[in-house]
Design a protein around this ligand. Sequence first.
Ligand SMILES: CC(C)(COP(=O)(O)OP(=O)(O)OC[C@H]1O[C@@H](n2cnc3c(N)ncnc32)[C@H](O)[C@@H]1OP(=O)(O)O)[C@@H](O)C(=O)NCCC(=O)NCCS
Length: 166
Amino acid sequence: MPSDIRGATPAEVVRPSTPADAVVVRPATPADLAEILGDLPAFWGDRDVRHLHHPMFVHEFGDTAFVARGPAGVDGYLFGFVTPAGVGYVHTVAVRLALRGAGLGRLLHATFAAVARARGATSRKAITTPANAASIRFHERLGFAAEVVADYSGPGQPRVVLTAPL
Ligand SMILES: CC(C)(COP(=O)(O)OP(=O)(O)OC[C@H]1O[C@@H](n2cnc3c(N)ncnc32)[C@H](O)[C@@H]1OP(=O)(O)O)[C@@H](O)C(=O)NCCC(=O)NCCS
């Protein structure tokens, strides 16, 4: 992980030597969201996840939503926000199937962490489903602790709650 991210502003973080020649991480815009929605299978395969992409994440929480852009467009993205209680909540993070395993997810998380910390967040949180083993392992590699919470999303709807200090 580049050490320059910790002190980064929401402006830009550039990391060379990624699958693209250079990836720029910057706050997500409505145009980025449109691009992502037009190419969802490239990020999620056949999973139907359009509901995860509410426009509020770029219109209202655009300062804590990020895209990693390479020469071909959006390579990965993270939508999050900071709660009034100081939790940096990561709603969703995704990287193009073809570019996974190259550090983009970690880079997006680090960028969000730096910005959330600057906004007063003292912890981070994300949730996923018990079936999403890849997401759980990814977050654990990033230092999150995973706990299954029964009925988190309603009766019979357990979720894995992922938490990490900030
Ligand atoms: C989860 C996701 C964002 C990870 O992105 P990525 O760019 O491939 O992740 P990185 O390359 O930055 O990996 C960071 C660390 O997590 C680990 N990791 C990533 N995916 C993993 C997996 N499926 N199983 C085990 N470890 C994994 C990497 O080995 C790496 O560890 P290291 O840096 O200590 O060596 C990506 O797989 C994805 O888009 N998945 C589909 C969307 C999703 O389920 N998102 C999460 C729930 S909203």
